[in-house]
Design a protein around this ligand. Structure first.
Ligand code: NAP
Length: 264
């Protein structure tokens, strides 16, 4: 087990990629605290993990609220004594043409996807640098959920694209700031992964075909394929990596033009 006994907080973990990370972390022996605004689902998800023998709890945390994020970290410290890993995963999408986009919709996406990731990282980092290092000299790891849209653009989801570009840069900023503090900071920038968020975006056949024409591996990723990268980034296996974004995208970012799509 790569992260046995490690304490992880994961935002947006009631479902989707956050839950997939929690599930993989528990299977690797970590203690997880799931945080979300979907309380019923979050409690249910923590129950599911406990039913497998995992150490999992749910805490309500709206990542746009500094006091909520601090409470989440305090809960982890009161319960387990420290925070070894913080996964800033909570994110939302708003679909609108860039020229029609309302100011409040822009603000809402930026608040969750960018300010929320900033608050989670800043407050987790303050806790981590106060902690004793583990046997490998690590005081903690921070993992931000970015997107292939950090570097590729879709004009119908402008604030999402902008927020993920910001997350990529924040990952560098915090990674460099903490490079000599025993805390590593990295990001995961998924392509299309089969979660509810993806099903909503790819709900019609033409959209799905368009996405697959930009996906050389010819399939969406599985949520656990993100969870496994999170384990790698949280573990000593990635001990010399900081400030980086890893892109699990089925080959999309290497592709110019499109690839043929197999009929479903
Ligand atoms: P998801 O299934 O929609 O799950 C996200 C969870 O975060 C939901 O439970 C959501 O609750 C919650 N959330 C929303 N606002 C929050 C807030 N203010 N505080 C705390 N939690 C909040 O999404 P997902 O597909 O797992 O995506 C997770 C992350 O991966 C996001 O950052 C997303 O941008 C990124 N990502 C996903 C894909 C993909 O293909 N799925 C690709 C690239 C990047 P609500 O239901 O109330 O919104």
């Amino acid at each position: 087990m790569l992260i046995e006994g490690k304490v992880a907080i994961i935002t947006g973990a009631s479902r989707g990629l956050g839950y997939a990370c929690a599930d993989r972390f528990v299977r690797e022996g970590a203690k997880v605290i799931l945080a979300d605004v979907q309380d019923e689902l979050g409690e249910h998800s923590a129950d599911k993990l406990r039913a497998t023998g995992g150490d999992a709890q749910y805490v309500r945390c709206d990542v746009t609220q500094k006091a909520d994020v601090q409470k989440l970290i305090d809960f982890a410290v009161e319960t387990h004594g420290r925070v070894d890993c913080a996964i800033a995963n909570a994110g939302i999408v708003h679909v609108s043409d860039a020229l029609e986009l309302e100011e409040e919709d822009f603000d809402k996406v930026i608040a969750v996807n960018l300010k929320g990731v900033f608050l989670t990282g800043q407050l987790a980092a303050r806790q981590m640098i106060r902690q004793e290092p583990d046997e490998n000299g690590s005081k903690g790891t921070i993992i931000n959920m970015s997107s292939a849209n950090a570097v590729l653009a879709i004009p119908e989801i402008a604030p999402y694209v902008i927020s993920k570009g910001g997350v990529m840069q924040w990952t560098k900023v915090l990674g460099i700031r903490l490079a000599q503090e025993g805390v590593r900071v990295n990001a995961i920038g998924p392509g299309s992964i089969a979660t509810e968020m993806f099903q909503n975006v790819a709900s019609d056949k033409d959209k799905y075909r368009a996405i697959m024409s930009r996906t050389p591996m010819g399939r969406p990723g599985e949520p656990d394929e993100i969870g496994k990268i999170a384990v790698f980034l949280a573990s000593d296996m990635s001990s010399y990596i900081t400030g980086q974004t890893i892109y699990p995208d089925g080959g999309r970012m290497g592709l110019n033009y499109t690839v043929p799509v197999k009929e479903a």
